[in-house]
Ligand binder design. Sequence first.
Ligand code: ZN
Length: 868
Amino acid sequence: MPLPAAALALAFSATIGGAHLRGDSLVGTGVSRALATARAAQIRDVRYALSFDLTGRDSSHGTVTARFRVLKPGDVILDFRGQRLETVEVNGAALTSPQFNGAHLSIPARSVAVGENVVTMSFVTKIAAAGASIIRYRDATDGAEYLYTLLVPADANQLFPCFDQPDLKARVSLRLRAPANWRVLANGRETSSRAAGTGQAADHEFAETEPISTYLIAFAAGPWTTVTSASSTRPITMYVRKSRAAEAEGDSIIVANDAAARWLEAYFARPFPFRKLDVLLAPAFPFGGMEHPGAIFYNEERFIFRERPTLTQRLDRTATIYHEVAHQWFGDLVTMRWFDDLWLKEGFATYMAAKMQASLDTASGAWKRFYLRNKPLAYAVDATRGTTPVWQTLENLDQAKSNYGAIVYNKAPSVLKQLDYLVGPDAFQRGLRRFLASHAYGNATWRDLLSAIGAESGRSLDRWGKEYILRPGMPVIEQATGVTADGRTRLVLRQRPAQTLSGKGPWPIRTSVIIGQPDGRIVRRQVTLDADSAVVPLPAGTAPPTFVYANADDNAYALVLPDERTVQWLEENISSVKDSFLRAMLWGALWDLVREARLDPARFTALALRELAAEPDEQIVAGVLGRVGRATLAYLPAERRDSALPTVEKVLRRGLADPDRPYGIRKPYLDTYIRVAGTPSALAQLDALLDSTEAAGAPLRAPTRWAIVTALIERKAPSAERRLERESRADSGSEGKRRAFVAGAARPNAEAKKDYFRRYFADESLNEDWVTASLDGFNAVRQSELTRPYLIPALDSLRWIQTNRRIFFLGSWLTSFLDGQTSAESLDAVDRFLSAHRDLPRDLQEKILQAEDELARTVRIRGATDTR
Ligand SMILES: [Zn+2]
């Protein structure tokens, strides 16, 4: 609520009170693990009564009354790094000499009672397009303004003074003052709304929540349209901005949320843990979704399809919904004690989403999708020198962003699949039920989870935890088939760490091996591989296998590299493998050989283009063509690329135009064609496509039109600027503006690069999501010489990015800048940067090493193919 002007005079500056920011003390920047540990032993039963006035433009006045029980005498430290702390009242008395240093407020022990305490604080917090806890989004279509919060992982203390650590859960009640025509949404149910002031505003009150962690607190406000569904078994309201409401498929989004909640209630044998569930489609949202209890936020851009979606896009949307709903139990009901255990919630949400998808959408090929969406990403990071264990130490919450990435999002669910396979699905489910029952509305660690599953399965999971949760890196399995002197066929599996960081010694791997028989039959053998090598018994009296694959059903977490004999067979017969899940993995294994510089990228591309002509599986076509794109543009040296291009273009053009194939197959052909087209005739074809109303067998709509325009800009087609101008006029709403910005980043001239690079840091009106979306265009591989001067400045900016940008931005930034380079000189420059900056925090060094690996492979592959 607005404060009287007099209160402003009391505003505390960061130096009043004599406390200073010191990295080594409890009141240093961020929230240290030491502070969190001390507070967890001191504070209990927290409640926040929060109120915000959202009628201001660039900031919000707020108040919070924090009630809590103190167990032992001592100073009480609250965290706050918002714009301004104005007044503090402790147990009814104004605190006259507050110790506030811009990060923490210390309430001296003499003002604190053992037992109940009430602290009321008034403050000001920032509202901005980026870099604030309250994000403002301006809709370019109708000029409407929308606000929403996003606090994960460490920004609750930017919004209001609090104990910002996941294991001090609080019951939160909320009051929002907002313009009269706005709708509001929060974790709790809205209980009342009445006109305020002169009727220009309204005050909304929300019911107190169950105990939730601070990073999960959320609200949104704006002239949203609301949608409900008659098909939902529970009342779920979807909030979407007015200008997009007509396009949003409210019914199917709501029904998928409802179905997930019901499925999980049965699986966990626990009712939905919060009193209500609503969903919001948030514009310019930097993540896929955020699991706020009772108020899930989804990425509007990914949830509203502006053109006919492919199966992959539809499955991705459903999987995101399942992931966020699973978090209501895993993450929200039971929360990690500290962000070192981030994997607990993320690994589970993704793994449960796949289980749910396999059960609810039996035709979705859910485990194939799980493989395609997780394993390549996990292996691509876990095989690098920058990898980390699944459980990652974290000394301060302000570094928590670095713990996000492929290891927790893609490796963690993958090792859970291995665990499920190891103990069996019944013991796994009973273990999860036991875990949730023991820690409901509380916190837990990974050891609690393994002990619950261990207890239900009757086996110790100590070694499993040591190898998969605490040890960095991953195994590579090499297969070798041969015939022994006495004429018997032998199959040997050997495992080794993907890199030296893991140290020596085998992982305990439970897998099943697929063995192709000359007569076309497929035999499976279950194998426990917990030594460096194992001999797999083969069916007696049979001829040597045609092919072998040591990870049937993708239960093992290991990179399987096929033997030469298998590769030869696959080159002739991969399309004859009937099981599409297995086919997807075999294509993956061939691609892994390309990335190991053992299989020529042109050979892979030729095989792919030939075999995909008859491939019926949409997910496989999309995945393999993506690799064809990377192989053609980055792995082939320029001369070989230019000579291969006309053939690649021709096959892609034929695929996208083939009237006998469905849209879901033709669309990835079109996407890849747009990505690789480079000859003047192909660019002319692309240009001509913009004059037609249809492509790949469906109406040609804005997203694909923009992708074509961006390609024309990037490749300096003669018509490019004219096309950009025309498209901007035709699609002038907020989405069009975003796409025009993205296209501009791909302009192949030095001034454009300079301007964009400057704006990435200096333009406060830029939404972070726009910047992220433009990075790949900025770093187009064909422009590597133009962007080479930005490689080191991009690395120099990492500390700033870590402070000022959200979770996934830093990874996207690094990947884009490094994947845009292909030369040994660029690789050397990155290595020199690392040697010269050994003082860089370890997490940032690791992120660079993770991203550098693909550049190192690219250089190696190009070197190996140069001589062929
Ligand atoms: Zn998640």
